[in-house]
Structures are given as structure tokens and as C-alpha cells.
Design a protein around this ligand. Sequence first.
Ligand code: ATP
Ligand code: MG
Length: 331
Amino acid sequence: MPPLLDVTGLSKVFRLRGPNPFHRRRLTAVAAVDLVLAPGETLGVVGESGCGKSTLGRLIVGDLAPSAGTVRLARRPVSAMTRKERARLVQPIVQDPRATLDPRWRIGALLAEPLVIHGQRNGSADRVREALASVRLPPDIADRLPHQISGGQAQRLAIARALLPEPRLLVCDEALSALDAAVQADIVHLLRRVQAERDTAMLFISHDLDLVRHLSHRVAVMYLGRIVEIGPVDRIGTRQSHPYTRALIGAAPRIDPHRRRTKRATLEGETPSPIDPPPGCAFQTRCPLAIDRCRIQVPPPVRVGPGQIVHCHLAEPAGRDHPPLHRLAGD
Ligand SMILES: Nc1ncnc2c1ncn2[C@@H]1O[C@H](COP(=O)(O)OP(=O)(O)OP(=O)(O)O)[C@@H](O)[C@H]1O
Ligand SMILES: [Mg+2]
């Protein structure tokens, strides 16, 4: 099956205004990201604050233009689509959606808007009611204005709004963080159901590792704009290969008989600035295992297990019985 989402060599460099207008500093928020996502699949995206998760999400929904690389959805470059075409395929759910809701529109009208845009006006009142019920919002909320609802209600509204056009991909950026545990469980249930019924794929960006583990089929770990490791959720949870993943997920240390003994994976030092990232491996300044090569060469992708790809010079490739692909899912 061809992938629904196909991202190749994706980078985003922001040019920052500095004291010298002739020398703008460049901040690399996303660097050389490759990934694919199958229909119905959920990819969790984790990594510390500022590592580029939201920027990656915004590039995928077409909200930002890439500095390099391409995002293809259903085989077509997102950059070549109209807003309307894009909105049918992919919908973002952002954190704190109140900022994106027009304060003068009533909730019902805000919800119906994507349907009207897509020419699905017929039966829209029923669908709005259903959508509200699906995120456990009372029907009378339709008559209220955005400032008359709570943050949690606005978040649920944003979820309902993103689901209404029945997109093939949802990009959830901390979409459940503002919700209390009971509502969160309801929404997780809803997302799962929608996914099963419509084969919707999800990019699930979150700081909540438990939630990511619970919802994702695969997990991508980002560091300084790069995906340093990606693989099936159980392998990322128990058989991490990248030293950064081990520090982030906090597994027991592993000893590699062919290399030196690994130290306990605790992170020391600060993340380097994305304005002046280190040469070679992005993680080399904090990696307890770094060797000379790490300081010079960007590590190529290494397949260390079924579907598990690591960017690390010290990673041991899996046996040759697996095809040497560094891009997952079928072409
Ligand atoms: N519009 C922008 N202009 C300049 N720099 C930006 C812009 N948006 C993001 N950045 C920078 O890009 C880097 C990645 O930011 P991003 O918001 O993608 O990180 P994140 O992983 O989503 O962080 P968090 O977990 O805090 O949400 C950061 O250094 C951030 O300051
Ligand atoms: Mg973010």
C-alpha cells in the first residue's frame, strides 16, 4: 500500500532578525526529516521543548513552507494543493485553539464552517450536533461565543472541528494536554474509534510519553530538529538504540559487547542552540558514547531491528535478512 504521508528531506530554517540587518541568523528548526505514514497509522512524535515537533507538524499541514524537501499527501505535494484540497486531507488540532477561533462567531457556526467550505451544507445542523456529542459537549454550547466557553471545552471543540471534514490525516499537537484525565480518556476513545472507522492516520505530538505509548503504533524521537530514532512503539519503549532515546525514555543501561560499556543514560549539559548546532551528530555534545566520527559526520540511518531506524554511528545494523531500507512502509 502506498503511504498516505511521505516526507523527504524536510527542513525548515527560520531567518531571525538580529542587531545586524545584513547578517541574519539562521535557526534550523527541522533538519532533513524523512518519514512515511500509512493510512490508519499513528506516529507519536516526542522530544524536549524546542526540538522542532510543532514546526514539523506545521510543515506537514502546509501551514509553513519548507526550506528544503517535500511533504506528499496521497502522493501529491502539499505545496501544490489549494487550501481546500489540503483541508480535506489533513487537519491540525493545536493546543489552545481559542486563539484561532473568531471571537464574533457562535460555536455552532464555527463548527459548521468547514462543512460549508467543503460544500457539505446539507444536514450540517445534525452533523454539528453529532460532532458536539462526540466530544461530550452539550448541544446548547452551539449558541455561545468563544469567550463563553472554557479552555477544555475549546479544546474539545477544536477536535470536533478537525474531525468534521473527515480528513485522512490528523496532526495533533499537544491536543489533549489541556484536558483533565476523564475527558482525555473519552477523547482517546473517540480518536481510536474514528481511526478504526475511517482509517485516519495521526501524527501525535506530545510531551506525555504514556499517552504517546498508549496511542501510537510507531514513535519518532526528535533532537535539535532531527529524527534521531523511529520505530515501533514497543521497541522504542523497551529496546531503544539511540543514546538520546535511552535518556529520554529512561530505560536501563545496555551493554554492547562490541563497543565500550555504556554508562547509565542520564543527560548532562544543555541542548545546543538550533542557531548554531554542532557539526556531525546533533547529540554529540551531550552523548556519553561520542567518538571522533560523531563530531564530524552526520550519522546515516541504520536499521537496527524490524522497522527501527537509528541515526547513530555506534548503532549495530540488524542482520542482513531484512531488506536495507531506511524508509519505512512500502513504496
Ligand atoms: N516562527 C518562528 N520563527 C523563528 N523561530 C521559530 C519559529 N517557530 C519556531 N521557532 C524555533 O524553532 C525551534 C523549534 O520550535 P518548535 O515550536 O517546533 O519546538 P517544539 O518541539 O514544538 O517545542 P515545544 O515542545 O515547546 O512545543 C525552536 O528553537 C523555536 O524557538
Ligand atoms: Mg510545540
